[in-house]
Design a protein around this ligand. Sequence first.
Ligand SMILES: NC(=O)c1ccc[n+]([C@@H]2O[C@H](COP(=O)([O-])OP(=O)(O)OC[C@H]3O[C@@H](n4cnc5c(N)ncnc54)[C@H](OP(=O)(O)O)[C@@H]3O)[C@@H](O)[C@H]2O)c1
Length: 260
Amino acid sequence: MKKRVTIGVIGTGHLAGAVIEGMMAAGDEFSVIMSPRSRERSTDLDARYPRCRRGRSNQEVLEVCDVAILAVPPGNYRELAKEVNWPRSLPMLSFLVGVDTGSLREAFKCQRIFRVLPFPSASLGESPTMLFPDEEPARTICSTMGEVIPVKSEEEFEKFTGVTPLAGFTYYLMESIQRWCGNNIPVEYPAKIIRSTLSLYLEQVARGQKTGTDQFATPGGLTEHAFRVLDRTGFSDITGQYLDAVKERLGSIGTERDDT
Ligand SMILES: NC(=O)c1ccc[n+]([C@@H]2O[C@H](COP(=O)([O-])OP(=O)(O)OC[C@H]3O[C@@H](n4cnc5c(N)ncnc54)[C@H](OP(=O)(O)O)[C@@H]3O)[C@@H](O)[C@H]2O)c1
């Protein structure tokens, strides 16, 4: 019988919690041991899944697992590195946004570090998950999260990271729509329109077809009118500003190192 792989999780917050749920639903190949921090979530996961348990300390997690996920806030990793002794050969899957492998290696002195960027949709096994480098054991673990997107370099990883807050942007948009709809229109309806439109968009991109907004804007129709209003509000510029702000912030996290 194939041995079950134990995944250690240090930092069971929103993202790692979603990843664990997806992993538990994906099959019984993995068991999980979580740091005792993130008390409420780790206790809940421990109670819900027999293959998921809450460890006694960060160090215990690192000593019993085969691969460890690091998912603490980016600003916390240096303190953590002083507190634990990361076994040199234990592979690390880092979810930390804006912290490169050089900084992590310097802090934890471990040999194999993978950068992984999943989304909370990993709970459904539907997260497009960036991975660098695209090697085992990270690939098999990431495939429980959803489609694995192999990235060629850390530079490319950082570039792609710049658009990932679009996931939050989508929720922001949905919240505005929900507020506007009130109780008059069930929010599933606009959500279904958006989902089907994005599926079509992806299909058109895959086929190399045109994706212009004009296909929805019947001359003199509703959408054309609404586009004019959006243009007047400068919505396109606002979207650009949102992404510029992410890029700027990402640049400052990325340069965060012990010597700065
Ligand atoms: N949320 C996303 O969509 C997303 C997307 C991509 C990447 N990321 C990255 O994923 C990481 C986690 O993000 P998140 O949104 O899940 O954050 P979060 O919900 O704030 O979770 C972080 C967790 O780390 C725990 N923690 C902090 N310091 C710790 C330590 N020294 N030892 C053990 N546990 C510790 C915290 O526990 P306590 O509650 O006990 O303080 C908390 O539960 C971040 O590095 C972020 O950049 C997040």
